[in-house]
Each structure stands twice: as C-alpha cells, then as structure tokens.
Design a protein around this ligand. Structure first.
Ligand code: F0G
Length: 433
C-alpha cells in the first residue's frame, strides 16, 4: 500500500543529487534523479515521488510565476514561457447562487498555452534537457500535447504526441500542429494511447512527459502554493476546500504533495490543509467509484464518454497518490452529468470567465455537493478551472448563443433588435440580398 508520509527530517540518501532523489511510494526505495531515465520504481513498479533534503517555507518564495517557488522545485529555473501567476477570480453572483462563504476560481486557462499543463512542462522539459534526450512524447486528451509541443519547441527538442482519434478539441490539435509536433491519432481512447507511449518510453524511443513522470507534478504543486498565498493575502486564512476536475489525477496528487511539504516545513498547520475534492464526468468516473467503494486503486473503465473530452479517462495512473490525498484531507469525489457541466460552463461565462467543459466540472461538482449538504454554507471554496474556453470552440459555441443573420443596413439591425424581422417580405428581402 502506498506510503506518502514525509519524514520530519529528510535525510538525503547516497544516490541523491543536490539534495534531490526519487522515492518509491510503494516499496520506499530511493533512486538517483538524473542518472538513468526511470518513470516508475525499477524494483517494484510503484509510482515515484521527487523528494528533497529540505522543505520549503513561505518566506523563501520571491518573484512571480512557477519559478517563484523554486525553493520547492528541483531547479532554480526551467524552460519558461513564462507560466503560473494565474488569476484567482472572485465570483460574487455564483457564490451567492451556490451559497458558500467565499468562492474563488483559480483560472489555469490563463497559462501560456491555455492550461495548467504548462506548470508541469516548465519543470519536465527542463529535466529532459538535463537528461539530454532527443525526443519528447506524451499521450493526451489534448492539453498535455499542446503544452508539450510548445515547451518542446521552446527547448528545441522534437515532440511526438499520441491522441485518441476524433476525441480531441480543435484548439488543442491546432496548438500541437503549429508548434511542430508529430501528431499520431490512435484508434483508441486516451488510456490506450498512454499504454503505447509508455512502451515507447520503456524501449528508450522517447522521453515520457505524461503525469506519470514525477517531475511534472513538481511544477503542478505551484497551483497549490499560489492558491494558499493569494487566498491568505485576501482573506487572512487558507481555503477550506479546493474543488478540481480529475482525469489522470495528476493535479490531485500534486496539490496533496504541496500540502504535505508545507505541513512538513511547518508553515501549514495540519488542520489548515484544504479538503481536496475531485470531480469527474459520470461517463468517466473511476476515481469517484474508488472513493465511494473505499478502494486502494481504481478499477479501469474500458468505455468512457463525456463532453468534457479533457477528462475522458478510464485508468487514472496517479490514483495511488491521489486517493490518499482526497481521504487524508477529508475531501470527497463526485460525478456530474454532461448537462450539469454545460450549465456550469454557461454560468461561469456569465460572470466573464471562459473555460472549457472539463474545467466547468469543478463548479458543477461544487453545486451538487452544496445541494446535498456535503459542502457547508460557511465554507471558503476555491474551484480550479483547468483550461481556457478557446481550447474547445465547438463546445463553447454549442453551449452559447447562436449567431443571427441580419440584412446589411442599420434599419435591418434596428428591426431585428426591436423584435421585428420585417415579416415574410422582410425575410424574403434579406434572403435575396
Ligand atoms: N482539466 C483539463 C482541462 C485537462 O486537460 C485535464 C487533463 C484535467 C482537467 C485532468 O487533470 O489528469 O491532473 O487529473 N488532461 C490530460 C491531457 C489528460 O492529456 O491533456 P489530471
């Protein structure tokens, strides 16, 4: 069973490099970080976690963006575009409607390639440089491929992406395409793509930058650090709960690691750790199933479907790191329907914030948990919105208003606005024009 407890006083093993090493969460073995390329424990196959000989504290952080937090990262700086420092929006109308003490939206869609994946890639591609690899790769529902393509291009390293054919939103493919990635569309879902790319990585063909790569999650920890700092600055306390969409459960694992390290460093009281609350689409909810049934790992769902294609995932590889995060922080997991996701996407947009469907799942989940009383009215809640509206223009257009055609004159526009389309003859005239 996974052991995620951090020692009070971390002692660097002999194979550590500059106080950094890889720790297996299953067997406890330590491995050198940059000697040979490994993604899981060579001894037992367990997930690896990056460990340090010291823990970060808030007073060490300076500057802005992901690298503000280099005291919590394996390098001083990375391959940067730059990323992080995303807004923590207030949502007064939505807060009122849902009925919580505070509601903030951490909009990760405001990163350089439009999703939180940039935070992982600024670190992950830096590791790839250190390892001197010549080809990067990932399986992706879209956003990881967009981010990897951009950061690979920035670093001048070739990128290969494997996508589930027909199930990736247009904006994401456009990004990978323009950033010059080689794009392979696989006749299978994301989980099948990940199986293949893992085998390519094991054969040494590519350097894997999915969230199975523990360095990715280091960068993604900074979401948690930014939330803790900004929320504290505005409200004088830390949030009670963070609600986030879950696919591979990388962010859930990263946020939990952020909290564990800040607690171990003494700057976050154990009682102040926000409750990690995961939201999945009903058609792809193995994490919700595992939480509800008290499982140690998820059962793989072979058939997954949802409008939120970013989280159309049946085999969340980070579940052994993320399930304890949800349980230990007193959080939970909930599934929402596609129509609840679309409603939430509209409601967030109605307050000026544009997000893709997967992101809206966080608000949809919060609404559901508030209605069932799991979330109390006195709670301070931060919802994570993980990707930008423009990632999935088709979903946005389908959820929003339809364009209306109008004749080429002010009079025609005025008539339309007045609710008068000119009658049969008017319609005929505008058709003939
Ligand atoms: N939201 C968005 C917009 C995503 O793109 C993803 C994952 C998630 C949430 C889920 O995050 O995996 O950390 O639980 N997208 C991956 C991709 C799988 O390939 O872009 P997670």
């Amino acid at each position: 069973m996974a052991d995620l407890a951090l020692p009070d006083r971390p002692d660097a093993p002999e194979n550590a490099e500059n106080g950094v090493w890889l720790h297996c969460i299953e067997c406890g073995e330590s491995h050198p970080p940059f000697d040979e390329i490994i993604y899981t424990c060579p001894d037992c196959g367990g997930l690896l976690e990056v460990r340090y000989d010291r823990y970060p504290t808030f007073d060490e952080f300076e500057g802005t963006g992901v690298w503000r937090y280099n005291a919590a990262l394996p390098f001083e700086e990375g391959v940067t575009l730059p990323e992080g420092n995303t807004p923590l929006h207030r949502m007064p109308r939505l807060r009122e409607e849902i009925g919580v003490r505070n509601l903030r939206i951490k909009h990760e869609g405001m990163n350089p390639t439009g999703s939180f994946k940039d935070r992982g890639m600024t670190v992950g591609v830096r590791v790839a440089e250190t390892l001197d690899v010549d080809r990067l790769a990932c399986a992706s529902t879209g956003n990881t491929s967009a981010a990897l393509s951009a950061y690979g291009a920035r670093a001048g390293i070739q990128t290969l992406v494997l996508l589930p054919a027909g199930k990736v939103a247009a904006g994401k493919i456009a990004q990978a395409s323009l950033h010059d990635a080689r794009i392979l569309e696989v006749d299978g879902n994301f989980d099948a793509c990940l199986d293949i790319v893992q085998e390519l990585a094991d054969r040494g063909e590519v350097y894997l930058l999915n969230s199975l790569n523990p360095f990715r999650l280091e960068g993604q920890k900074t979401i948690g650090l930014e939330i803790l700092e900004s929320f504290y600055e505005d409200h004088g306390r830390f949030p009670d709960r963070i609600v986030l969409p879950v696919g591979n459960a990388g962010n859930t694992a990263a946020l939990y690691k952020c909290f564990r390290e800040m607690v171990a460093g003494g700057d976050l009281a154990p009682g102040d750790v926000p409750k990690l609350t995961g939201v999945q689409a009903e058609g792809a909810a193995p994490m919700v199933e595992a939480i509800e049934e008290g499982l140690e790992d998820t059962r793989r769902w072979e058939d997954v479907e949802t409008i939120a294609t970013a989280i159309r995932i049946g085999n969340p590889v980070n579940a052994p790191k993320a399930l304890p995060g949800i349980r230990e922080t007193g959080g939970t997991a909930v599934a929402v329907s596609d129509s609840e996701i679309t409603d939430a996407q509209r409601e967030i947009a109605a307050e000026g914030v544009g997000v893709e469907p997967a992101s809206a799942a966080s608000i949809a989940g919060l609404k559901k948990l508030r209605e069932s009383g799991v979330v109390g009215s006195g709670e301070d809640v931060v919802c994570l919105t993980t990707g930008h509206l423009l990632k999935d223009p088709e979903a946005a257009a389908a959820a929003g208003n339809d364009p209306e055609s109008v004749g080429n004159s002010t009079a025609a526009v005025l008539r339309l606005l007045a609710g008068d389309d000119g009658g049969v003859f008017g319609r005929l005239r505008s058709l003939l024009r």
